[in-house]
Design a binder for this molecule. Structure first.
Ligand SMILES: NCc1[nH]cc(CCC(=O)O)c1CC(=O)O
Length: 311
């Protein structure tokens, strides 16, 4: 007998970072699991990661993969927690030996949004606008279309970032739409940047659940809360990132979504940090995984690796 009987109450420990967004996402997963299973007790275990502790450096400066995940991964490895909830965007594609990406619930909005108290949207910004963003992808994508914009680094949790907008006199900041929606700060959004022009980060807007390999018990509990379409889309995006060796330190975006006719569309974007050299592939079809392979092959053919600085 492997499945616990329904009458037996089971406790599952979910690991989470402590930020408001991380806790929102973890509570969301906990609620979905409790809804899907009678007699499941969910306990949330919070911890700080390197990315939470070091706030005075940019992400590429801190360097390395997994700066938001390593501490949670140690807890997974020792079974101190049964699953870890991440922003999928922060979960590297190559995971430590013995751990795996278990899937995602339904994705929220994947786009980036512009927030400004001075201007009504991106095309209204002055030529010398000062934009704050910690993301080299956002910077490169904005520079590709608006080469005269100036940039300032921006780190910290969402609340801190919003405070800095007026305090430092920035013209705008750019953040993930999903984060603002989840924290009920949708009102602060000045405009959403269209995903077919400003291609979002791989996995943006999706929650990623990580588990230890061999935990079939946890996989069985997760099965009813996973969203097939989301997993297919983000898996294609993660293939693009993995093949192009893109972490958060190279300007790379990939966005896969269903189209109105029931097919799929994949946008893959790579650029140089200054936005001067850009490749953007758009594919449609019915197999996201195959479309990812094709996008990578085309991008590599057109020189993606040299643009990203890998050769
Ligand atoms: N790297 C930080 C991070 N990781 C996930 C999100 C937002 C939520 C998401 O994309 O799912 C953010 C903030 C941001 O990009 O503005």
């Amino acid at each position: 007998m492997t499945a616990p009987s329904k009458a037996q109450s089971k406790t599952i420990k979910i690991g989470s970072r402590k930020s408001r967004l991380a806790l929102w996402q973890t509570r969301h997963v906990a609620a979905l699991m409790e809804e899907a299973h009678d007699d499941l007790d969910v306990e949330i275990v919070t911890m700080d990661t390197l990315g939470d502790k070091i706030l005075d450096k940019s992400l590429p400066e801190i360097g390395g993969k997994g700066i938001f995940t390593a501490e949670l991964e140690q807890a997974l490895m020792s079974d101190a927690i049964d699953l870890a909830v991440h922003s999928l965007k922060d979960l590297p594609t190559d995971l430590p030996e013995g751990l795996k990406y278990a899937g995602s619930p339904e994705r929220a909005t994947a786009t980036d949004s512009l927030i400004s108290t001075k201007w009504s949207c991106i095309d209204e910004l002055p030529e010398d606008a000062i934009i704050a963003t910690g993301s080299i992808r956002r910077r490169a994508e904005l520079l590709a279309r608006h080469p005269t914009f100036e940039f300032r680094d921006l780190r910290g949790n969402i609340g801190t970032r919003l405070e800095k907008l007026d305090k430092h006199g920035f013209d705008a900041i750019v953040m993930a739409t999903a984060a603002l929606e989840r924290l009920e700060m949708h009102d602060t959004i000045t405009c959403e940047l269209p995903a077919d022009q400003y291609v979002p980060a791989v996995g943006q807007g999706a929650i990623g659940i990580e588990i230890r390999e061999g935990r079939e018990d946890v996989e069985a509990l997760l099965a009813p809360i996973l969203h097939e379409e989301t997993v297919a889309a983000v898996t294609a995006e993660r293939v693009v990132m993995n093949r192009l060796e893109g972490g958060c330190s190279v300007p790379l975006g990939a966005h896969c979504r269903r189209t109105d006719d029931g097919g799929w569309r994949l946008d893959a974007w790579v650029g140089s940090k200054d936005g001067q050299r850009v490749l953007h592939e758009t594919l449609t079809g019915d197999d996201p995984r195959a479309m990812a392979d094709e996008a990578v092959a085309t991008l590599v053919d057109k020189g993606a690796r040299s643009i990203l600085g890998h050769e």
